[in-house]
Ligand binder design. Structure first.
Ligand code: SF4
Length: 265
């Protein structure tokens, strides 16, 4: 069977609108990244530098690691359409979120790996190769490994501190598989979503942790109900990339196929 390689981070898009996934990942159509997405990238860069320095023993301060946030905002590696957002405002919010993470989240965490990359996990029976990077691998009090995924956004953490987790479970399940392959040990502890609420004011910004247990059950199927990866493999091998005009991202700002898409009327 032919093997198809897919980045784990693109799986939600494959299920949301297969036609958009095909346009971006097979035909290579691109739009500039949004300012909000680059803000997320910047916060990932700063917090990763901070956590990695703690693993290495060099223990940068939050302020020292914040340079990576500013770099990602002002010297992005991809085209970014900042729209009505200003870069200086994005830098201010990004550094505030980074600082919140370093102060309120990092001290509670025990990490064994930061940005753990799995170059290729071959699942030969369904003809799929997965690649991807897991934000963090955690270790609990009894030595079990888990993963933590950082999500920034305007609805990442509700006012009562709850982190929305449900819609991330499928992706978390795949990251658990990849993290296990990257570190060479199974991932058995519950997964964590570290939510960082994007807001212009200190009061509006929040950080919290939500937990997902048994996400890996989504990967396992039976004869009547294929698991998540089987469904992805079926879609990819059949090449039936239908469109979903009800997708929240069916918008010229987010979909490069929008101008010529036959699925929307
Ligand atoms: S325009 Fe809408 S339906 Fe068409 S590919 Fe893009 S998101 Fe999907």
């Amino acid at each position: 069977m032919e093997t198809i390689t897919i980045r784990a981070s693109s799986l939600p898009e494959l299920f949301d609108c297969p036609a958009r996934w095909e346009a971006k990942h097979i035909r290579g159509l691109r739009l500039p990244k949004s300012g909000a997405a680059q803000l997320g990238t910047a916060v990932h860069a700063g917090t990763a530098l901070y956590d990695q320095s703690r693993l290495d023993g060099s223990s940068l301060t939050a302020d020292e690691a914040a340079g990576a946030v500013a770099d990602a905002i002002h010297r992005p590696e991809e085209d970014v359409d900042w729209g009505e957002d200003s870069q200086s405002e994005a830098e201010r919010i990004g550094i505030a979120l980074h600082t919140l993470y370093c102060r309120d989240i990092a001290p509670k965490q025990q990490y064994v790996a930061v940005e753990a990359t799995c170059e290729a996990l071959h699942i030969t029976d369904i003809g799929l190769t997965l690649t991807g990077t897991t934000d963090r691998i955690t270790v609990d009090a009894v030595g079990d490994l888990g993963i933590a995924d950082i999500k920034t956004g305007k609805s990442a953490v509700s006012a009562d501190g709850t982190v929305s987790t449900g819609r991330h479970a499928a992706q978390i399940a795949v990251y658990e598989l990849l993290a296990g392959a990257a570190i060479g040990r199974p991932i058995t502890a519950p997964a964590e979503i570290i939510g960082l609420q994007v807001a212009k004011t200190d009061k509006g910004r929040r950080a919290g942790i939500g937990v997902i247990t048994d996400a890996c059950e989504m990967l396992v199927g039976d004869e009547e109900n294929p698991g998540l990866l089987q469904m992805a493999a079926d879609l990819l091998h059949a090449g039936r990339f239908y469109g979903n005009p009800s997708s929240q991202l069916c918008n010229p700002k987010f979909c490069p196929a929008y101008p010529a898409c036959r699925w929307r009327k």
